[in-house]
Design a protein around this ligand. Structure first.
Ligand code: BES
Ligand code: ZN
Length: 876
C-alpha cells in the first residue's frame, strides 16, 4: 500500500517537474558560434535576419529545438558532411520554441544551421525594439532575461555560451553599436545603406548580446588602454562626461581588484530614450536609461551623481560577475545581481569618499532585513523556470539580501582574503558558468573558514535570524537565535538555525581600560554562532553592540540594561552605520511586538541632533510610517507633527543657507531636515521657503544648490496649485537635461489637490508619458498617503488605459504599491482586482502586498494605545 502510494507520488512529482522544465532546451545540441546579419527597417518597424549557427550534436537527431518568439521563418536547413537538408519548422508560441524536423537523422558531431527569417521591431522595450525621439526612430535591444529569442532564433539559456559574429545593415549616416569593435564598414551596392561588421566576441550568453542602430553620438575616453565611450542621442551627448569619468576610474579599479583584466576591445555606455530597466550589462556595450547615465554636473543633486556613479559601477562589475562568469541557471541569478550590488560600492567609495557610501549601504540593509522578515519571502537561490518566474527573481532578495550576505562574509574574512576568494572563483570559471557552491567552495579553500556553512545557511534558508542576548555575566554572554518575523503572528515553524559571523563592538569598561568613549578606538571581535543557544566568550565589558559597523545580516534584541546604555551612548560611541542598525533593529522589534513605538521614539529623541543625512533619512521614513500606519486620529496627527516640528525645524534653520564648497553630506543633511520640517512637521515657514527655492530654481537652476532644490520642488508640489502644475508638466518634457525632466515628472505625482491629482493620473495614461515611466508614476501615486485612495480607484476604473502603458516589469510595480494600504477591506479588494486582472510576473509581489497590508492592520492594533500615551506625555 505504502509503496503504491509513494510510486504514485513519485510519478506525480516527475510530471510536475517535467512540465516546469518543459521550457528548458535539451542538452543534446550545443551551439558554438553564431553568424548573424540583421537588417532593420526603422520606418516599417521590421527587420530581416540571416543566421547560421555552428552547433555540436552529442547524439544523432532528426529534430532540433531552440527558442524563438515573434519570428517568421523563411527558410531553415542543416548542413553537415558537405550536404544541406531542409527542415520543417513547427512553432510553439506558448513555450517560445521552434522545432526543426529533418527528413533524415543527422549524425552526431558538427553541423551548421542556416536560418533566414523576419521579425518585428516592437514597442515593448524588450527584444529588438523601437525607441523614439521627436526627431527619429532608433532600433535597440534588451535581451535579459529571455528576449534574445525575439531578435534571432537561438539557444536562449545562460549556459549555452557561444561566440558571435555580427553584421548590422543600416541606413547611410546611421551608426551601429554592438558588443565589440567595428572591423568592417562597407557601403551596399544601393549606396543607401552600409553593412557594419563587428569583431567576433568571446564565448558569452545570448542575453548579453546587443545591437543599437540610429544616430548616436559619443564622448570618448580611456582607462588602462581600453577605449571608453559615453553615447546618447545628439542633443544629450554633452551630459555623458560625468559617467565617462566614473567609468575611467572604475575600470582601472576593477582591473586591479579582480586581478583579471577587462577583456573586451572597448567599453561603450549608451543612453537609450526608451529603456525599461535602469541599465543593462551587455558585454562591452552597456545600455542605460537616460537618467542613469547622463547628468549635468553643474546642476545635479548629490543623489543624482551618486546614482549615476553606482549604476556605472554596478554594470561594469557585471562585466566580470555575469558576463565573463555567468550563473549556470536563473535560480542563481544572485551570483550576478547580488555580486554587482555588493561590488558597486567599492570603487565609488574609493572615488568619492565624501559620498559616504557605507552609510547608504547599511541603510539599504535595514530595508532588506524588513523585506526578508515578511511572512512571504523566498530563499536567495530559488526555482525559476518560466520567463515570468525568472523575471520575478530580480527582487530585493537577489540584490539586497545576497549583497548584504556577501558584505557580512567579507567583513568576517577580511577584505584581502575575500578578494582572493573572488579571484579564485572568477579565474576558475572564465567564459563559462558557475553555481553557488562554486563560489563558497573557493572562499572556503582560500580562507580555511566555514564560508560554505555560513553561506549555505543564508542562501538556502528563507528569512533572517534574530539574536536575543542575555545579560553579560563576567565574560560570558548567552545568546539565542531564531527566525525573525515582522509580524508576531508568524512563529518559526522549525528550529532553523544559521551559521552567523557575529561581530561585536566592545563598549563600556573593558579590562584593558578602553573606555569606549571614542567610536573608532573601541574594540571589535567576531565569533561564529551556529547553535540555537550558545554562550559567547566576550571580553569583560559593561555593554556592547552586537553588530559592529552594521555589517551583519541579522536582527538583535538586548536585555534592558544593555539597550538603555546603547541608547545613551548611541550619539557618541556608535558610528552612523551602527546607529542605522540600532534604529533598524528597534523599529523591527517594535513591529514584531517585542518593543514599543514609544521606545523607538525615545531613541529618535536621543539622536535628533545626528549629522548623518542617512540616519535622518531613516528616521524620517519611520516617522512617516508611524504617521500613516499607527496614528489613528487627526488630534494625534497634530501632536506627532508638532513633535517633529519642535525637534527638526530649528535644526533646519540653524544649518543656514547653502554655502559654496560645502561637503555633500552637509548639502544632503540640509535637504533631509527641510523635508522633515516641511513634510511631517508641517512647518509653514519651511513650506513657504521651499516654495521660494522652487520659484528661483525654475527661473534659473544655477541660482540654487541642487540637492536642496530637488527636495524643495517635491514639497512645493505637495502643497502646489494649478500654476505650478502647468509649469512642471511642461518642464517634464522640455527641461534641457534628463534629471530635470525626471524631477518635474516625479513632482507631478505629489500634488494633493484632488483636481490636480486627477490631471496627473490622466496625464500618466495619456500616452504622453513614456511607458518606461508610467508604472512608476502610478505606483508612487498609490504609495502616497494623501493620494492613494483616489489613485487606486483611478487605476481600477481605467485599467485598460493603464495596461496599454505597462512594460514587462511595470505591472508588478503597481501590484507592489497596493501593499501600502492599511485596512482589512483593502486586502480583499486588491486580491479580487488582480484575480480578475492578471499581471505578469507578479505572483510573489501580490502575496507580499497582501501580507504587508495585514501586517499594518495588526501593527496599528498593537501600537495605537502606546503611541497615544507617548504623544500625550510630549505636550509642552
Ligand atoms: N541586469 C540588470 C538589468 C535587468 C534586470 C534586465 C532584470 C532585465 C531584467 C542590471 O544589471 C541591473 O541590475 N540594473 C539595475 C540598476 C542597478 C544599479 C541596481 C536597474 O535596472 O535598476
Ligand atoms: Zn545588475
Amino acid at each position: 500500500m505504502r509503496n503504491r502510494f509513494s510510486c504514485l507520488l513519485l510519478s506525480l512529482l516527475s510530471l510536475v517537474s517535467l512540465s516546469s522544465h518543459a521550457q528548458r532546451l535539451p542538452q543534446t545540441v550545443k551551439p558554438e558560434h553564431y553568424t548573424l546579419k540583421l537588417t532593420p527597417d526603422l520606418k516599417s518597424a521590421t527587420f530581416t535576419g540571416k543566421e547560421s549557427i555552428d552547433a555540436v550534436l552529442s547524439e544523432p537527431a532528426s529534430t532540433i529545438t531552440l527558442n524563438s518568439a515573434e519570428i517568421k521563418f523563411l527558410n531553415v536547413a542543416a548542413s553537415f558532411d558537405g550536404k544541406s537538408i531542409p527542415a520543417k519548422v513547427t512553432e510553439d508560441a506558448s513555450k517560445q520554441q521552434a522545432k526543426f524536423d529533418f527528413a533524415q537523422k543527422i549524425p552526431a558531431g558538427k553541423i551548421k544551421l542556416e536560418i533566414s527569417y523576419t521579425g518585428i521591431l516592437n514597442n515593448e522595450l524588450r527584444g529588438f525594439y523601437l525607441s523614439k525621439t521627436a526627431k527619429r526612430n532608433y532600433a535597440v535591444t534588451q535581451f535579459e532575461s529571455t528576449d534574445a529569442r525575439r531578435a534571432f532564433p537561438c539557444f536562449d539559456e545562460p549556459a549555452f555560451k557561444a561566440t558571435f559574429d555580427i553584421t548590422l545593415v543600416v541606413d547611410k549616416g546611421d551608426t551601429a553599436i554592438s558588443n565589440t569593435n567595428v572591423v568592417k564598414d562597407e557601403p551596399l551596392p544601393d549606396a543607401a545603406r552600409h553593412a557594419v561588421t563587428f569583431a567576433v566576441t568571446p564565448r558569452m550568453s545570448t542575453y548579453l548580446v546587443v545591437f543599437l542602430v540610429g544616430d548616436f553620438q559619443c564622448l570618448s575616453g580611456s582607462s588602462d588602454g581600453v577605449p571608453i565611450r559615453a553615447c546618447a542621442t545628439p542633443d544629450q551627448v554633452q551630459y555623458g562626461a560625468f559617467a565617462l569619468s566614473a567609468a575611467e576610474y572604475v575600470l582601472h579599479y576593477y582591473n586591479t581588484y579582480f586581478g583579471i583584466k577587462y577583456p573586451m576591445p572597448k567599453l561603450d555606455m549608451i543612453a537609450i530614450p526608451d529603456f525599461e530597466a535602469g541599465a543593462m550589462e551587455n558585454f562591452g556595450a552597456i545600455t542605460y536609461r537616460e537618467t542613469d547615465l547622463l547628468l549635468d554636473s553643474k546642476h545635479a543633486s548629490v543623489g543624482a551623481q551618486r546614482r549615476v556613479g553606482l549604476v556605472v559601477a554596478h554594470e561594469m562589475a557585471h562585466q566580470w560577475f555575469g558576463d565573463m562568469v555567468t550563473m549556470q541557471w536563473w535560480d542563481n541569478v544572485w551570483l550576478n545581481e547580488g555580486f554587482a550590488n555588493w561590488m558597486e560600492n567599492k570603487p565609488i567609495e574609493a572615488w568619492k569618499p565624501e559620498w559616504n557610501m557605507t552609510q547608504e549601504v547599511i541603510g539599504g540593509t535595514q530595508d532588506t532585513l524588513d523585506l526578508d522578515a515578511q511572512h512571504i519571502t523566498r530563499t536567495i537561490r530559488a526555482k525559476a523556470d518560466t520567463p515570468d518566474e525568472i523575471n520575478e527573481m530580480f527582487d530585493g532578495i537577489s540584490y539586497g539580501k545576497a549583497g548584504a550576505v556577501l558584505l557580512m562574509v567579507e567583513n568576517y574574512l577580511g577584505e584581502e582574503t575575500f578578494r582572493q576568494g573572488v579571484h579564485k572563483y572568477l579565474a576558475a570559471h572564465l567564459y563559462s558558468n558557475a553555481t553557488a557552491e562554486d563560489f563558497w567552495s573557493a572562499q572556503t579553500e582560500v580562507s580555511h573558514k566555514p564560508v560554505d556553512k555560513i553561506m549555505d545557511s543564508f542562501v538556502s534558508q528563507a528569512g533572517e535570524p534574530l539574536l536575543t542576548f542575555g545579560s553579560i555575566d563576567g565574560s560570558v554572554l548567552p545568546v539565542e537565535q531564531q527566525r525573525f518575523f515582522l509580524n508576531a503572528k508568524n512563529k518559526p515553524e522549525t528550529a532553523e538555525t544559521w551559521t552567523i559571523p557575529v561581530c561585536f563592538k566592545i563598549l563600556g569598561n573593558t579590562s584593558d581600560g578602553n573606555s569606549g568613549s571614542d567610536g573608532n578606538s573601541s574594540k571589535e571581535k567576531c565569533e561564529i554562532l551556529s547553535a540555537s543557544r550558545q554562550s559567547l566568550t566576550s571580553p569583560p565589558a559593561s555593554f556592547l553592540f552586537a553588530n559592529a559597523k552594521g555589517k551583519g545580516y541579522y536582527r538583535t534584541s538586548y536585555p534592558d540594561e544593555i539597550y538603555r546604555k546603547l541608547v545613551q551612548h548611541a550619539a557618541n560611541d556608535l558610528s552612523p552605520e551602527e546607529r542605522l542598525s540600532l534604529l533598524g533593529d528597534t523599529w523591527a522589534l517594535m513591529q514584531a511586538g517585542k518593543s514599543t513605538v514609544a521606545a523607538y521614539l525615545d531613541l529618535v529623541a536621543a539622536i535628533d541632533n545626528d549629522s548623518s543625512p542617512e540616519v535622518i533619512d531613516s528616521v524620517r521614513a519611520s516617522l512617516n510610517a508611524i504617521d500613516s500606519q499607527i496614528v489613528s486620529t487627526p488630534e494625534e496627527r497634530k501632536q506627532l507633527s508638532a513633535w517633529v516640528r519642535v525637534h527638526f525645524a530649528p535644526r533646519y534653520k540653524k544649518i543656514g543657507s547653502p554655502q559654496p564648497g560645502e561637503a555633500p553630506s552637509q548639502r544632503e543633511l540640509r535637504a533631509e531636515l527641510l523635508l522633515l520640517a516641511a513634510g511631517l512637521g508641517d512647518d509653514q515657514e519651511s513650506i513657504s521657503e521651499a516654495r521660494t527655492i522652487t520659484e528661483h530654481s525654475l527661473a534659473d537652476p544655477s541660482s540654487v544648490e541642487n540637492t536642496l532644490a530637488g527636495t524643495a520642488l517635491g514639497i512645493a508640489a505637495r502643497n502646489g496649485d494649478g500654476a505650478l502644475f502647468n509649469q512642471l508638466q511642461k518642464a517634464s518634457t522640455t527641461a534641457p537635461n534628463p534629471q530635470s525632466r525626471a524631477e518635474a515628472l516625479h513632482a507631478l505625482a505629489l500634488f494633493r489637490d484632488p483636481a490636480l491629482e486627477k490631471r496627473a493620473l490622466d496625464y500618466a495614461v495619456s500616452g504622453q508619458v513614456r511607458n518606461q515611466d508610467a508604472a512608476g508614476f502610478l505606483a508612487s501615486e498609490i504609495r502616497g498617503r494623501d493620494t492613494r485612495n483616489l489613485a487606486w480607484q483611478y487605476v481600477q476604473d481605467n485599467w485598460d488605459k493603464v495596461t496599454a502603458q505597462l512594460t514587462e516589469f511595470g505591472g508588478a510595480y503597481i501590484v507592489g504599491a497596493t501593499g501600502s494600504f492599511c485596512s482589512a477591506d483593502r486586502v480583499d479588494e486588491v486580491t479580487n482586482f488582480f484575480a480578475q486582472h492578471k499581471v505578469a510576473a507578479s505572483a510573489r509581489t501580490l502575496a507580499r502586498a497582501r501580507d504587508q497590508i495585514n501586517d499594518c492592520v495588526d501593527l496599528r492594533k498593537a501600537q495605537e494605545a502606546n503611541l497615544k500615551s507617548w504623544l500625550s506625555k510630549q505636550q509642552p
